[in-house]
Design a protein around this ligand. Structure first.
Ligand SMILES: [Zn+2]
Length: 357
């Protein structure tokens, strides 16, 4: 991959010794070579190291990286980079100040042109998630990965400085429950008009993740959807999950006005989310109608429905609600406090799926 420092000079160190000073916009080539990081500046080989760190001299420094093999789009990151080799490949760890990281996450989650109060709410959620899961990858030598497994992070926010201001205006704050424990700040795209209880998606019933009516998500993007599936495919599915022939051959008419956890034919039931998973539906909040040789899923919302609805939150922001109102609407009985004051609980073993879409 190619490394390019921007705006500031970077120092290159191997095994904690300063090796090179990198000029602004110079190109450094890094590759994995026999378990070591091989470094080249375009003219000559600078050596092989087990551990390379590239640090900014300037607090506003950032850099660009461009994977060459495999060839991927370049990305920019704030602050520092540590490079090692793991299983024959370069392993890159971005050491980045919390708020800069949060800005990158908010941009990845909320897009470049959303409402300020929504950005602030998303900043709180993302900081809360980061603080609760700060040890999620400690055994691998870093805190959080950049995928949906932790939180999407595609590098620095370089497109909208208002996001940085929104992140700073909620500086240090995280969402806590009554016991001052950092909450599990799950969210989804659109609730479809009603959020879900945490135990309908995961096993644990959390007091702040309660189902409630959500008028702000109605008549918005992703509020409604329809899917049709061949009746024969639907019946094969019912058979594969254990329904009796008698149940399978019944005419299907399943109405869901309020969220339900189970789909039943007579006394035989399965969980709604099993149907969602099999047919890759946008949510598990849908009615089913049989017409001719097809069944139609008429659904509401997008995502698991637990916690905050991002589209509902954006709509609340447009209607003039402040970020604190938005957070307290979607999470029950919570408060916002600086993360230095939270009650420490170890959540490193937690394996909740962060299914947003
Ligand atoms: Zn992760």
């Amino acid at each position: 991959m190619v490394f390019t420092p921007v705006m500031s000079y970077y120092l290159f160190t191997g095994n904690d010794t300063v090796q090179y000073r990198l000029d602004n916009r110079s190109l450094i080539y890094l590759s994995a070579n026999e378990g070591m990081v091989s470094v080249h500046n375009g003219n000559k080989n600078l050596g092989k190291f087990t551990y390379v760190s590239i640090k900014s001299e300037n607090p506003n420094g950032y850099f660009r990286i461009k994977p060459v093999w495999p060839s991927l789009k370049s990305r920019s990151y704030d602050d520092d980079l540590v490079i090692t080799v793991y299983e024959g490949k370069l392993k890159l760890i971005n050491h980045v100040a919390m708020n800069k990281y949060i800005s990158g996450v908010v941009l990845a989650e909320g897009g470049p042109a959303s409402e300020f109060e929504y950005y602030k709410a998303q900043a709180l959620i993302s900081r809360t998630y980061a603080v609760r899961h700060i040890n999620k990858h400690t055994h691998e030598g870093f805190n959080l990965c950049d995928r949906v497994h932790c939180q999407a992070y595609h590098g620095r926010n370089s497109v909208n400085s208002e996001i940085d201001n929104c992140v700073k205006s909620t500086d240090h704050l995280v969402i806590v429950d009554k016991l001052k424990e950092v909450i599990l700040s799950v969210y989804h795209s659109n609730s479809g008009g009603e959020t879900a209880n945490s135990e309908e998606v995961w096993s644990e019933a959390l007091p702040y993740l309660r189902a409630k009516k959500d008028p702000y998500s109605l008549n918005q993007r992703n509020a409604k959807w329809t899917r049709k599936v061949k009746l024969s495919v639907w019946r094969d599915f019912l058979k594969s999950v254990g329904f009796s022939d008698k149940a399978i051959n019944k005419h299907v008419s399943f109405n869901m006005k309020k969220r339900k956890q189970y789909f039943c034919l007579g006394k035989e039931c399965i969980e709604m989310r099993d149907i969602r998973d099999r047919f890759k539906l946008r949510s598990s909040f849908f009615s089913i109608k049989q017409r001719g040789t097809y069944v139609y899923f008429h659904g509401k919302g997008y995502g698991h429905g637990v916690g905050l609805s991002q589209i509902g939150a954006m709509n609340m922001a447009r209607k003039g609600f402040l970020y604190e109102d938005i957070i307290k609407f979607y999470y029950k009985n919570v408060q916002l406090i600086p993360y230095e004051n939270v009650r420490k609980v170890d959540h490193s073993e937690e394996e909740f799926l962060f299914v947003t879409y």
